[in-house]
Design a protein around this ligand. Sequence first.
Ligand SMILES: Cc1cc2nc3c(=O)[nH]c(=O)nc-3n(C[C@H](O)[C@H](O)[C@H](O)COP(=O)(O)OP(=O)(O)OC[C@H]3O[C@@H](n4cnc5c(N)ncnc54)[C@H](O)[C@@H]3O)c2cc1C
Length: 331
Amino acid sequence: MRTVVLSIAHEPHIQSFITHGPGRAYARRFVAGETLDDGIDAAVRLGQKGARISLDYLGESVSSFADAEAALAVYHTTIERLRRLDVPVSLSVKPSQFGVKLSPERCLALLAEVVADAATVPVGVRLDMEDSSCTDATLWLADQLRQRGLPVGVVLQAALYRTPADLETVLAVGGSVRLCKGAYAEPASIAYPRKADVDAAYERLLERLLVHAASTSAPNPSHLPWAAIATHDEKLIRRALDLIHRLNLRPDAYEFQMLFGVRRDLQEKLIDMGYPLRVYTPWGPSWYPYLSRRLAERPANLIFFVSSLLSESFAKRSNATSRAGVGSARR
Ligand SMILES: Cc1cc2nc3c(=O)[nH]c(=O)nc-3n(C[C@H](O)[C@H](O)[C@H](O)COP(=O)(O)OP(=O)(O)OC[C@H]3O[C@@H](n4cnc5c(N)ncnc54)[C@H](O)[C@@H]3O)c2cc1C
């Protein structure tokens, strides 16, 4: 299902229809807006409700370093705004937005600028994990930044068979880990094809991550917690809560993370219960690939989206027909 939806979504005419048409209104469910002000306003609103925020300036797979430098400028402006903001905000960054697919070395130089600037606030930076063609390069970037005294958090995807080994490597050097299931379509040769296996892998990795977080007393050097539990899966959240209590985990060692607009009820519930929760808050005009991943991971979203597209175009057509009818009656 995910593979089919993501490949249809890549079709240029589908993309153009959705981005220039009714998709924009639907995207607002998952995206704070298209401008930095929209992102900051959402961060302030979420902060007032007791959430932490991770701001993500949407954009990925740039085709030139001019685009990567433009993204860098936006991150500098964002960091400047965060200096004056009394809300617990961190940043999420996609390496492909900074040109990792073009030149990992040049990408590293640009990311180092973001992390160094963010450290002056201080604000933590996490490298999002993209499709498996970026996994090695992303972990390499994180390690290079750490060696330069600019530690960042990473993301590991339970769906990939390689993740238990990657987790050990990252924990051995003191990295902060966001654990997610994985949003990209991957072949069965490298990732679990069945959701039940991904969920089981997540549970095993979660336990390893939280046991490690409980064994450390110092804060993580990245200004982020040791463990970020990124899921809306209630069964896994209950499992995490059990472990948090059993391990007597310090509240600064971990946090729950959820996506903007997804399971707001659960977000509020965790905050009301006193658990740390960060909301991943994307903003920016390049929201289309992000929206396609949100549609692909949940059939109900897709059905709702397609039916609203159909009813909207049906309404437009019948309006046009009745206007034509009125016009001809007048003539
Ligand atoms: C903070 C955060 C950061 C992330 N960063 C990355 C990353 O860097 N790389 C990466 O590959 N993936 C990332 N993801 C996405 C992740 O990999 C999953 O694709 C996504 O979270 C759905 O999985 P789930 O764990 O919520 O569980 P699921 O079992 O898929 O969903 C559990 C329940 O959550 C709700 N839900 C889940 N997704 C949606 C949705 N799209 N719309 C509405 N309801 C939904 C539904 O109620 C569903 O029953 C991130 C997720 C979060 C929460």
